[in-house]
Design a protein around this ligand. Structure first.
Ligand code: GLU
Length: 353
């Protein structure tokens, strides 16, 4: 029997991290068992469904490197299946039709008066129809399991094996949700957390038995590691910088910081420095002019060291080259700039531009 799992988000916006954890857990379970991952979009609730919500979710999954083998299967396109399931539950399963046309089983509504299926009916009908073998989801759904078992029996089937994992909690100890902020995949992407870092964090959590607090500090450390390990071409593309700037970007803690460093290197704010910095900038110009157009690490470090040895004002050089008093290690900035550009910046800062 082929293992078939499903991930079934409601299209309410970017996945919150708890949902992303469920998605990663399903993908890993499928991979470990040579199984298939079905993507189902639970878009029957018009209040929770918004235009473009599905697209956002697909983009989140792609960004995190979570493949799906089948789907997206949209619940909004499967009302005929749910109607047939409701009929079967009424005919053979002991479900009862109310005067308003709604259908109930054990007091729980399966079909509303307008004929639309509730989550409880739709999810069980889908799990049976899509031949899902294992349901892996957050433990907030644990209370649904007994009812869903009874619905499956009423539909002439049996519920797949169900595995509930612990939830991700915010700092306040409550289930992570939009209101926590910095809690969705989109939030972390905007914070400059590389996809590989978030994926590593979710993989590390695995299938938690108990609820776990989200650990932003751990995510931060994984982001630093991910940026340190990124190939040069990927890093400079993510930051929008020339390849020579890779060493300067390498120490960034997030891709937002990397983009800020790229901005300093590529288009620094103009500065004009006081006359006392003149000797430093002149000495730098001499050293730089005497070195090759493109500098390797050793050559760039030598220039900075020699400048320091003669009492040069390194802070002034940094300001001249980047427009900022703080930033990446100075040698990496020197190495990022071709000779002509570095000389030009030094001249301009000295008021001789
Ligand atoms: N759409 C439901 C949710 O996002 C799916 C629940 C389930 O996996 O059965 O919570």
């Amino acid at each position: 029997m082929t293992v078939r799992v499903r991930f079934a988000p409601s299209p309410t916006g970017s996945l919150h991290l708890g949902n992303a954890l469920t998605a990663v857990a399903n993908r890993r379970f499928a991979d470990e068992h040579g199984g298939l991952f079905v993507l189902r979009i639970d878009d029957t609730d018009p209040v929770r469904t918004f235009e473009g919500g599905e697209k956002v979710i697909l983009a989140d999954l792609r960004w995190l490197g979570i493949r799906w083998d089948e789907g997206p299967v949209r619940q909004s396109e499967r009302s005929a299946l749910y109607a047939a399931a409701a009929e079967r539950a009424e005919r053979d399963g002991g479900a009862v039709r109310d005067a308003d046309g709604s259908l109930r089983l054990d007091g729980v509504t399966l079909l509303r008066g307008d004929g639309s299926a509730t989550y409880q009916l739709a999810t069980v009908a889908d799990d049976l129809d899509l031949e899902i073998t294992h349901v892996i989801r957050g433990s907030d759904h644990r209370p649904n399991e007994p009812l869903q078992r009874r619905i499956a029996v009423a539909l002439g089937g049996a519920l797949p094996e169900v595995i509930h994992h612990g939830l991700l909690l915010g700092e306040d100890g409550r289930k992570l949700s939009k209101r926590h902020g910095h809690a969705s995949v989109a939030d972390l992407r905007e914070d400059g957390i590389p996809a590989t870092a978030l994926r590593a964090y979710l993989d590390e959590l695995g299938l938690p038995v108990h609820d776990v607090h989200l650990d932003p500090a751990r995510i931060g450390r994984l982001a630093i590691e991910a940026i340190a390990a990124m190939p040069d071409d990927e890093l400079v593309a993510a930051a929008g910088a020339p390849v020579e700037a890779a060493p300067a970007l390498r120490g960034a803690r997030t891709l937002v910081e990397a983009r800020e460093i790229a901005r300093q290197v590529v288009s620094p704010a103009p500065v004009e420095l006081s006359p006392e910095t003149g000797p430093t900038l002149e000495r730098f110009a001499e050293l730089r002019a005497g070195a090759p157009d493109r500098l390797d690490e050793a050559a760039a470090r030598t220039i900075v060291r020699e400048l320091k040895a003669v009492g040069g004002d390194l802070r002034a050089l940094r300001l001249a080259l980047t427009g900022e008093p703080r930033g990446p290690e100075l040698w990496t900035v020197v190495a990022a700039l071709p000779a002509a550009e570095a000389l030009e910046r030094a001249r301009r800062a000295a008021g001789r531009g």
